[in-house]
Design a protein around this ligand. Sequence first.
Ligand code: URA
Length: 451
Amino acid sequence: MIVAKFDRTYEGWRNAARRLVSAGAPPEDILWTADPSLFAAETLSVGTRNIAVPKPFVALADLISCHRDEAKWSLLYRVLYRIVQGERHLLAIESDPDVNVLYRMRKEITHDMHRMKAFVRFRKVDDRYISWHKPDHLIVEKMAPWFAERFGNMKWSILTPDRSAHWDLQKLTFGPGAPATEAPSEDALEDLWRAYYASTFNPNRVNEKALRNHVPARYWAAMPETEMIRGLIVDAKARGRQMCEAKPTSAAAFVPREATLPILRQAVHACRGCDLYECATQPVFGQGREDAQIVLVGEQPGEQEDLSGLPFVGPAGQLLDRALGDAGLNRGDLYLTNAVRHFRFEERGKRRIHKTASRSQVAACQPWLEAELGLIRPKLIVCMGATALLSVLGRAVRVSDVRGQALQHRYARAVTATVHPSFLLRVRERQSEEYSRFVEDLQFARRLVEA
Ligand code: URA
């Protein structure tokens, strides 16, 4: 038996695994442990073999290291050993028992990450916002950069029983875990949250059956609104039951009433109005001036938007920026959003390929766009592509049928349409002509608001 002593971190495992696999140490001979009373194998000869580990395995192992089950270390080593011994395409064989367990673990971790995004609630204490959260897995370090990005302008701490993460406006630091009692329970932010919750009360969340399904009981203590559930549940039960028994087909129940754009932007993380949230990294909300005269509506986030959480930052967004400049418009004066909030894709090998949202997904997501338009009330809405038209007008219309026209809308003086910028990336012939037409459409939009 080889005792592989390591510090139970991914880096520690990786260093030990590299040594062991290059020495050809078979998985069944290795005991992975952090137990100080055991003596580690000191004199493992390091093999001279050059070991090439496929990148997908490295990324997968890094993620799996967050799983709570300590069996992950030996499982990872077994899979690594098999790959290095010649099973180069092992990760593509989902029916393989080892690979199957790894993928199940990956799913459990990503699910836990989604839940952390949706359920962390901050409460203000002095100049800091504190949250207490109990994830299933050891995901705090992986998730902290996401919170730093989203809540970058406030000092916060997220305490969990395993680890704590702290953001001081400049850098992230990590510390030991903290029991729930260290999370403050009474403060101004909590009152604010209660008031907000009451005014945006969603019966779906107080239906106890649904709450148990969607919000595991251990999160309840850290969610101030759970105190209100008793009172609210009385008249909400029937409504809640009705909403929860059907498969969700609309975001309406997740869109807070009388909200502001920042509140909507936060609330969209809890949206389960259709099933796209299950696979996407995060929802992507609109971005731009709240008093914009023009709102540009696209289809749905792409790969890069899904990863960054911001609309139009990928190739289509870069082309759009160029065309806006050529049309004499400035992105900073506009508001950019999408018909659908989550990235819909198909996995092909390692790639995620854009897939057009279905009509029912567009309809399910429409309440978010409706809420944004109702708050901004721009002079003009520019629909880029047929999906945007479908969501804005509520009916299927071809771009070519309405291009260059000014249609009516209840929240804007007019609606116009043009192609989606990704169409310009796809056309092979007459690319520069199509680009010029796109710029002309944007110039037409500019003239409409200046008129
Ligand atoms: N395409 C869209 O429709 N929206 C984005 O945010 C990015 C690409």
